[in-house]
Design a protein around this ligand. Structure first.
Ligand SMILES: Cc1cc2nc3c(=O)[nH]c(=O)nc-3n(C[C@H](O)[C@H](O)[C@H](O)COP(=O)(O)OP(=O)(O)OC[C@H]3O[C@@H](n4cnc5c(N)ncnc54)[C@H](O)[C@@H]3O)c2cc1C
Ligand SMILES: *[C@@H]1O[C@H](CO)[C@@H](O)[C@H](O)[C@H]1NC(C)=O
Ligand SMILES: *[C@@H]1O[C@H](CO)[C@@H](O)[C@H](O)[C@H]1NC(C)=O
Ligand SMILES: CC(=O)N[C@H]1CO[C@H](CO)[C@@H](O)[C@@H]1O
Length: 740
């Protein structure tokens, strides 16, 4: 049995008024309608009533598509609607109260309120009747009309509200798991006990608690964990702190509701200010390394050359290669034991048939076959060699001390020898509850200061810039140049069941489109984690009944994405002016969109030659490609099939417009980039701040530009280098060390 990981209660401040809740739930009930036969007695205003014969057809089709274990509940699945499920409202409440920035919450409330008044409703829906009083078919047609409205604000509203409804329904629906045949516990992968991490405990009390160390590392993710190992093995007293909590392996994989709140920043995703991009980042003991997908690729030569040409020769040195090899060796990075699942096998097979370059992506699974697709909600088998399995235990073995639940507010400075010098950090520590969880009311908070000779900020690209700003640093590159490797999806379905959530997540890459501009910018094609909530929330919505049908199609679908090495100018990370949370701006450039579109067309061709029967993109308003039956006399024209070519033209013509498209990102980089001078970057070639002695940054935020490959290995190798330098500086004594 996997242990549960309950969430803290949602808190007393209701984010919406009663009227606004009514409107929002009426919207949700139209996006995910209760489908019943028209003969059903009682009020029909909140159901999608189908004539008997049509209902019988839908019921039969649903039953045919459902997993064997779900066939008996397809009626319940069709009847289900969000407003009947208290867990749905609780999730929405949590999202709005905790994970939505104050100004966005206010805007949503205004929009919902307008829908409830004659004039507002008339403007937004064409009817004077309040939206919530409309019957389902009218509500549904209003929502559809927004998806193609001339005014962008309606298309944005359409995108964000339908996303919210889809996501939270999938999180909380009691019937989706069984009808899909998606088990709570992965079929593959033996649970195994993990390393027993222990953490500093502070008793309740008043006043400030103080700890001391040679080095304090803020953030236990990929960058921080490598630094911790390197410096503790070099003999220094290291303290690793993280605002998140450690969950032992017996809690993994978490449920989707628990996992996205306990292991990710901001409940799973942070939206850019204009709503075009969504960032997914780990916030867990072990950071992104606890939820990432094991892809372990070394930085490519053309990227290393670009960085060297920008004044950072380290990246073409043998030392950098040695750093990459060292981190890969520790994680047992290897492609030898991979058994591809369908999503990945299709990429390899399709690319072969098209004459394109493709290959296996090495995994950090210690040379073991790791056949579980659930790792983005935590790895229960302890095979993925993330920070929690390898780096942090190594560090603990050499005396490193860990602090969880500690949110660092500021870096502390003193003037030493006339120079501004970092001397530690301060922030607030929050205990666990008496059940060793985080849901109880009996937790307490203490002010904690850590004094240290060196401070390493490894809080990740979405947090490190805020920490430096809060601490008074002003280099103009802090928070700028945010690169995201934006992603868009292609879905394809096949005739028989695939169970895409099984098997390793990301084990293949097609690289034929990675250099479309001659300067190393383009798109790679990879497979996506197929947890139902992650995938289904991003599927296009073209009607309530259609969406429920789409949910079941997932059983026989593969999901893949095109991922761009973005060329910039990049976005900006900053603190929300009201509550200080992470906000960001980011808009993919025209060239990046062009590259992504080429990637999507490439994916479509790959799936065509691999035998897909249907495929679709996630931009609203593009039809679904349905493959016709071949005529007996035809030669197989492959991708020259005129119907397919016509569909590709439609995909190209629609493109990836704003605000309709949602670009996803699990790779945040560059927001405190390294540079050869303070004019070119926030830190120097050794990761040291240009503004203070003793302060270093070691996480993906120091990348000079986008890494092109999945960033973990690049990040770890740079962290190895930076921490090695910190160690040498400490050994040499003195407050700071000479610059390169
Ligand atoms: C779902 C997902 C899948 C991924 N898959 C892959 C993959 O297959 N291959 C790959 O190469 N990369 C992958 N990545 C990306 C990779 O995980 C990240 O690039 C990497 O983790 C970034 O590491 P980091 O050191 O920059 O910071 P993170 O790993 O993000 O760690 C930062 C830590 O700092 C903590 N923190 C933040 N602020 C504070 C504060 N004020 N006080 C205390 N602690 C704080 C956070 O809680 C967090 O734990 C994936 C990422 C995600 C989210
Ligand atoms: C995640 O990152 C960790 C390093 O933190 C690495 O060991 C692990 O292989 C990565 N897993 C994935 C899925 O990327
Ligand atoms: C720490 O990093 C440096 C590289 O800068 C390397 O030489 C050294 O071997 C590393 N130490 C360990 C224990 O990995
Ligand atoms: C090519 C292929 O489909 N490989 C495997 C992918 O995962 C499933 C399990 O869901 C295996 O049965 C396949 O053999």
């Amino acid at each position: 049995m996997i242990k549960s990981s309950p969430l803290p209660p949602v808190g007393p401040l209701d984010p919406l008024s009663e009227d606004n809740w009514r409107t929002l739930l009426a919207f949700a009930d139209a996006v995910i309608p209760s489908i019943r036969p028209a003969s059903t007695s009682g009020s029909t205003s909140n159901i999608k009533a189908l004539p008997q014969a049509e209902y019988a057809t839908v019921l039969a089709a649903t039953e045919a598509n459902a997993a064997p274990e779900g066939k008996s509940i397809v009626k319940q699945f069709l009847e289900e609607r969000p407003s009947d499920n208290p867990a749905f409202k609780e999730q929405l409440y949590r999202w709005l109260a905790h994970y939505t920035p104050p100004d966005q919450r206010k805007q949503l409330a205004l929009g919902l309120a307008a829908l409830n008044y004659r004039i507002g409703a008339l403007l937004m829906t064409g009817y004077t009747t309040p939206f919530a009083d409309q019957p389902i078919p009218i509500r549904e047609s209003i929502i559809k009309s927004w998806s193609t409205a001339r005014l962008p604000v309606y298309r944005l509203l359409f995108k964000q509200l339908t996303l919210l409804c889809k996501q939270n329904w999938i999180f909380t629906s009691p019937s989706i798991g069984p009808v899909l045949g998606f088990p709570r516990t992965p079929l593959h992968g033996e649970p195994a006990p993990g390393f027993d991490h222990s953490f500093v405990q502070i008793p309740p009390g008043e006043g400030e608690e103080v700890l001391e160390a040679d080095v304090v590392i803020v953030g236990s993710g990929c960058g921080g964990a490598v630094c911790a190992k390197n410096l503790s093995e070099a003999g220094y007293k290291v303290l690793v702190v993280d605002k998140a909590y450690h969950w032992p392996a017996e809690h993994f994989p978490m449920t989707q509701v628990e996992g996205f709140s306990q292991l990710f920043m901001s409940g799973g995703a942070i939206l850019s200010d204009d709503g075009t991009s969504a960032v997914v980042a780990g916030q867990a003991w072990g950071g992104g390394g606890t939820v990432n997908w094991s892809a372990s690729l070394q930085t490519q030569g053309f990227v290393r050359q670009e960085w060297a040409d920008a004044g950072l020769p380290f990246f073409t040195s043998a030392e950098y290669q040695a750093c990459m090899d060292r981190v890969c060796a520790r994680m047992g990075v290897s492609a030898s034991a991979i058994e591809h699942n369908k999503s990945n096998a299709v990429l390899l097979e399709g690319a072969r048939k098209l004459g394109w370059a493709a290959g296996a992506v090495p995994q950090n699974t210690n040379g073991k076959k790791h056949y579980c697709g659930y790792c983005s909600l935590g790895c229960g088998a302890g095979e993925k060699q993330g920070p929690v399995v390898s780096w942090l235990p190594d560090a603990a073995g050499k005396g490193a001390v860990f602090v969880e639940g500690y949110e660092v507010d500021k870096i502390l400075f003193e003037t030493r020898g006339g120079k501004k010098t970092a001397v530690g950090v301060t922030g607030s520590w929050t205990s666990r509850d008496s059940n060793n969880g985080v849901a109880g009311a009996d937790r307490y908070t203490r002010k904690l200061t850590i004094r240290a000779k060196r401070v390493i900020a490894s809080a990740g690209s979405m947090s490190t810039p805020l920490l430096l700003h809060r601490s008074g640093l002003r280099n103009p590159h802090i928070g700028r140049n945010l690169m995201l490797h934006p992603v868009t999806f292609l879905g394809a379905s096949y005739p028989s069941p695939i169970h895409p959530w099984e098997g390793p997540i990301l084990t293949a890459v097609v690289s034929s489109f990675e250099n479309l501009d001659g300067h190393g910018h383009g798109a790679k094609l990879e497979a996506v984690s197929m947890m139902p909530s992650g995938w289904l929330a991003f599927q296009p919505w073209a009607g309530g009944a259609e969406y429920k049908e789409d949910v079941l199609r997932m059983r026989r679908s593969v999901g893949q994405f095109a991922i761009a090495r973005d060329e910039g100018p990049g976005g900006r990370v900053y603190a929300d002016p009201v509550d200080g949370r992470t906000r960001f701006t980011y808009v993919p450039s025209k060239a990046d969109r062009r590259h992504l579109l080429e990637g999507i067309v490439g994916l479509a061709k790959i799936n065509y030659v691999a035998g897909a029967t249907e495929m679709w993109v996630t931009v609203p308003g593009v039809s679904r490609f349905v493959r016709g039956e071949p005529k007996a006399s035809d030669i197989d024209q492959g991708i020259n099939d005129p119907a397919f070519q016509t569909w590709l033209q439609e995909v190209r013509a629609r493109g990836l417009p704003d605000p309709d498209t949602l670009f996803m990102s699990a790779h945040q980089m560059g927001s405190c980039r390294m540079g050869a001078s303070p004019k070119q970057g926030a830190v120097d070639a050794k990761g040291k701040s240009w503004e203070a002695e003793g302060l270093y940054v070691a996480d993906a935020s120091v990348f000079p530009s986008a890494s092109g490959v999945n960033p973990m290995v690049t990040n770890m190798a740079i962290a190895d280098w930076i921490s090695g330098g910190v160690g040498r500086g400490l050994a040499a004594g003195g407050a700071g060390e000479a610059r390169l």
